[in-house]
Every structure is written in C-alpha cells, then in structure tokens.
Design a protein around this ligand. Structure first.
Ligand code: DUC
Ligand code: ZN
Ligand code: ZN
Length: 487
C-alpha cells in the first residue's frame, strides 16, 4: 500500500510564514508530510510551476440563509460549494439567523441540515437580533455546545439592528462564553433619516443607496461598536470595512491596545458607487452592485490597500449573497421599479474573492504572496478558531489546497463563477493568477474549472476560538458588570 493517498509534487508551497519548494504528502485527508522527493503516493498531482496555497477560508458568506420575509437565498449549499471550489476556497463560515421575537435553535437545526447537503466544510456565526432571556440563557448555550464560536451583531437594518443596550448584552454574553463578536457597523437612524429625505425628494434609484449611507455613517457606528466593546473588554471584529474613515477608527483603537480587527471584501477594492448608477435597460442595473456598506469612490480602494498592508484590516471575505438580477426571488423581488431601500442588499463573490485579491494584491505588487495567504486563509481560520485544522499548510492540518497558476490571465465572467446566480458584479475584470485545481481534505474537487465533488460531503466545523477572543484583562475602570464589581 502506498505511503500517501496523494502527493502534490514539485509546487511552491506558500504559507503566511514563508515560501518553499517542496512536495505535500496527504494521508486520510490530512497533510502527513512536507518534504523533497515524496514519491509513494496512490495519486500524484504534478504542481511544477504552480503555487500551492492553503485552500481559501471565506469567513463571511450568506448561503441558503432564511430571510426575515420568509424567503431563502437562491444559492444553495450545493451550488455555493461548486462556486467556492471553482475559486479555490475550501471552507466557509455562514450565518444562523435570528428574527426579532424568535428563537435560534430550530433555525439552527434546519440550517445545519441544509448545509450538510453541500460539499464544502462549513460553520456558522450566530446572529443575535433580539437578545431575549430565553435565547441568551437557554438556546445560545446549546448552539455554542454544538460548535458555534461567534456572534454577529448588526447596528443597522430594520429587522436586525440592535440598540446600544442590546448590543452590550451581546458583548457581555460573548465575554462570558469566550466567543468572538463580528459587527456590521452602520448607523441605523442616520440611514433611515437620509433614506426618508431622499425618497421624499423622488430620489429612488439604486444610485441613491450610496447617498443614504456615506462613510461617516459607517465611521460613527464603527467608533461606537469599538467604544462599547472597550467598555466591557470584549474582542470584536468589524465586518466589511469599506472606507478609510472606519479603518482609522480601528487603527486608533488597536494603537491603544483594544482587541479589534477589521475585515474587508473584494467589492471595496474594485467597485465604486458609480456602478450603482449604471442604468441598464430599465434603470435597474445598479442593483447588481448594491451591498452594504455601499461601494465608495476609487480613492478609497487605495486607502483599503494601505490598511491591509498595515495589518489594520487582516481578513478578506466575500460577503457572498445569492440574489439573482433577473427573476422574482432576488434583486427584483419587490419589482424592477422598487426604490433603493426595497432592493435586497448583497452581491455574489464566493468564486471571485481569491482571484481578485491575488491579482489586485500580489500580481500588482501591493502585497506579498505570504500576506495574501494570511488575509485569505490563515487569519480568517485563526479568528474563527479553526487554526491548526484550516487555513495553513502544515503537518496535521486538513489537506485543503489551492493550486494556483500565478501567470494565468483571465477575464472574469459569470460562467466562470459557477454559482446559481445570473450575474457577477465583477464581470469583465481582468485578473492575473487563477486556481487550476482545488483539493479538499485530500480529494481533488476541482481541476481546470471542472468541479467533481459529491453532494453531502461537506463537514460541520465545530469552533471554539482561543486567545483571539480572550479579553485583554484591562477594563476602563475595573468594572466588569458583575454585581460584586459595583462600587
Ligand atoms: N450586507 C450585509 O450586511 N449583509 C448581506 C449583504 C450586504 O450587502
Ligand atoms: Zn453585514
Ligand atoms: Zn454579510
């Protein structure tokens, strides 16, 4: 019997810590050896001339997620798995939603079942939209026991936003259970006020989405989230940072020792608010680019790169949302004449994330190969509490690999995304660098764009964040909210 089930031979192996030419030996789905001249493989994949990268870890995807209006995303875990593998990503973290007045346990069970139909390894963040006693004290401990390692809090959206008191309750619960908190930072009331004014003035098209929520709206909420997290010494991550103003709030907090990190997405280094002004045939095309926060102006792309280089933003995600442009389930679910506040927010990007960041980052000389691996795989895995298993190429880790041709030039098209959505917001963008094979737990699941994974093979990834979610031990005045601490 061969020593290894698979040997990836002759590639250039890249980790966040360095780059080396060696073979990768895989046994029982895990990396069993890294070295020169590994010969004894039942299957050999030649990687000469290719980079061998850790499979991408996308820590922020909305897949087959139930919506407050009772609908569900068009993209299923099966179709999203195909798209992820096509783009070199091998694990995702999605969301278990909560709706105001509702629980989380029943949705969790149904969500787990849906996710198990797919092929990609997965876990969930638990969204808290209504921190009732029942949910926080009875149901939350149960989903934590099953491996949910993080909470998601929204500071905007009608159906999801938390007032400050509720947000503090979420932070305190995370502190008690040792979880990370991820925050969507935009000021709900400011957006509502601007939206009403715009609609009253008849300014209803998709382009006004950006006008309804300028950078200061994101900056204010980022500042507030950090201040409240600092108040009770709870580590947080700010999701989808789109602008210098918000990133500077994170940088300032980091400089004074607050445990806060920032994530950004491919849309914030490629798209602009002008894209939402594209008319198309019926004035609706801008909806294809509508996500929250809004894409900004081109100057912000440079600021985001600067913040990535400085490590202020240390994770890149897709914030993938399966809404088609046509039909009646996606962007046009409220009609093609719907005002901007009635169009679902979110864009698909699962397959585009790695090629966009590789090309814009590594190929254009903005970041190193190692930095690319760090932001797209290693850091997300660490923040999720999956380090050791996902996000790196090391003996004992799952054999999740993306074999990358760094010279291959590709023009992004919707067909290449292999998702169930009828468009990509990244259509026409030229990239240099492309995944030519994806290996998930030792199995070749994509080769030259052909995905061959079997439905139902995606595994649940129970998570328990370690040091990353641990408080610093420094409270502003020593008061941690426990009764004994009251002076
Ligand atoms: N923004 C979010 O916060 N969630 C989903 C989609 C989006 O654009
Ligand atoms: Zn969000
Ligand atoms: Zn999101």
């Amino acid at each position: 019997m061969a020593e290894f089930d698979l040997v990836v031979r002759g590639g250039t192996v890249v980790t966040a810590g360095g780059t080396t030419r060696c073979d990768v030996g895989v046994k029982d789905g895990r990396i069993a050896a890294l070295g020169e001249g590994l010969k004894d493989g039942a299957r050999v994949v030649e990687a000469d001339g290719l980079l061998v990268l850790p499979g991408g870890v996308d820590p922020h995807c909305h897949i087959e997620e139930p919506q407050p209006d009772g609908s569900i995303h068009e993209e299923t875990f099966r179709t999203a798995s195909v798209s992820a593998f096509a783009g070199g990503t091998t694990s995702v973290c999605c969301f278990n939603p909560q709706f105001k007045g509702g629980g989380i346990l029943e949705i969790f069970r149904a969500n787990r079942e849906r996710a198990a139909q797919g092929m990609i390894d997965h876990s969930f963040h638990q969204t808290i939209a209504d921190p009732s006693d029942r949910v926080m004290e009875e149901e939350l401990p149960q989903v934590i026991a099953e491996g949910v390692g993080s909470l998601k809090a929204f500071l905007t959206y009608d159906t999801l936003h938390l007032p400050d008191g509720d947000f503090l309750r979420v932070l305190a619960a995370a502190r008690k259970h040792g979880l990370m908190v991820h925050v969507h930072c935009e000021n709900y009331d400011a957006i509502l006020w601007r939206t009403r004014k715009l609609l009253e003035a008849g300014k209803t098209g998709p382009a006004y989405h950006a006008v309804s929520r300028p950078p200061v709206v994101e900056q204010e909420a980022t500042h507030r989230a950090i201040a409240l997290a600092e108040l009770i010494d709870q580590p947080i991550q700010i999701f989808h940072v789109s602008c210098r103003e918000a990133a500077e709030e994170i940088a300032a907090a980091q400089a004074r020792g607050v445990k806060v990190t920032g994530e950004t997405c491919a849309q914030y280094v490629t798209l602009t608010a002008k894209d939402m002004d594209r008319p198309g045939e019926d004035g609706f095309e801008g909806a294809k680019f509508m996500c929250s926060p809004s894409p900004r102006d081109a100057a912000q792309h440079g600021h985001i790169w600067e913040m990535i280089r400085r490590g202020v933003l240390d994770v890149v995600s897709s914030d993938h949302c399966g809404f088609s442009y046509g039909g009646t389930r996606g962007k046009a679910k409220n009609g093609r004449g719907a005002s901007f506040d009635q169009i679902p927010n979110g864009i698909p990007g699962l397959a585009a994330r790695l090629p966009v960041f590789f090309s814009e980052g590594v190929s254009k000389g903005r970041i190193s190969l190692e930095q690319f691996v760090a932001i797209s795989a290693t850091n997300p895995a660490r923040i999720l509490g999956l380090d050791g298993r996902k996000g790196s190429i090391a003996v004992g880790a799952d054999a999740d690999l993306a074999l990358w041709d760094p010279q291959k030039r590709v023009t992004l098209t919707n067909a290449l995304m292999q998702h169930a959505i009828d468009y990509t917001p990244f259509e026409g963008i030229e990239v240099t660098g492309w995944p030519v094979a994806t290996i998930a737990r030792g199995g070749v699941v994509m080769r030259d764009g052909k995905v061959t994974a079997e439905p139902g093979t995606g595994r649940w990834l129970p998570r328990r964040p370690g040091a990353v979610a641990r408080p610093t031990g420094r409270l502003p005045d020593g008061f941690d909210g426990a009764p004994a601490g009251v002076a």
